[in-house]
Design a protein around this ligand. Structure first.
Ligand code: IMP
Ligand code: MG
Length: 178
């Protein structure tokens, strides 16, 4: 299945499952080395990061905890840049080592907002793990600690990422054909 249609758009395979798996493993290796004995709290940003988080956490071998938050800034293929509240954060973050798990960082606005909210909650340390990063789209200057793959600017779907609700279940990542 090299080309697919979702709603009105055609997509073709851009990053296959084995390449994704290698990127996830490289993030896990770095986290396993950096967080031994720190019992980090992984904060998974739903919906998009669910598949990355599931595969990543199976490769994390140190003691850790996992929680989920939800927020949203996308509508269709364009970022609205309106970041809604973090929903579902019921853990005490005081003194915790937090690793925020995202599917993709594009402009960086969503993550900046998330980090500000977490620092407000007095986490000891907040680091970012994202599977995908679009460096040419990034408009902020904070550090992204763990990046799986850097990708060009085009709109993608699959492996958790959606186009108006469709495509999250795909095991490979597809790029829009314009
Ligand atoms: P940012 O605020 O521009 O960094 O956008 C971050 C959020 O937009 C991500 O968490 C994704 O949910 C979504 N997003 C960014 N790029 C894409 C894409 O190419 N396909 C699907 N969703 C995307
Ligand atoms: Mg997301």
């Amino acid at each position: 299945m090299n080309e697919i249609q979702l709603h009105d758009k055609q997509f073709s395979v851009s990053i296959d499952a084995s390449k994704i798996n290698a990127a996830v493993q490289s993030v896990a290796d770095r986290i396993n080395a950096d967080y031994k004995g720190k019992n980090p709290l992984f904060l998974v940003v739903l919906n998009g990061a669910f598949m990355f988080a599931s595969d990543l956490l199976k490769k994390v071998t140190i003691d850790c905890e996992v929680s989920f938050v939800k927020l949203s800034s996308y509508s269709g293929t364009k970022s609205t840049h309106i970041v809604r509240e973090l929903i579902g954060l019921d853990e005490a973050l005081t003194e915790r080592y937090v690793i925020v798990v995202e599917d993709i960082i594009d402009t960086g606005i969503t993550m900046e907002n998330t980090i500000q909210k977490l620092i407000h909650l007095q986490a000891a340390d907040v680091k970012i793990a994202t599977l995908l990063f679009k460096p040419k789209s990034f408009r902020k200057n904070y550090t992204i600690d763990y990046i799986g793959l850097e990708i060009p600017n085009g709109f993608i779907v699959g492996y958790g990422l959606d186009y108006d609700g469709l495509g999250r279940n795909l095991p490979d990542i597809y790029k829009v054909i314009d």
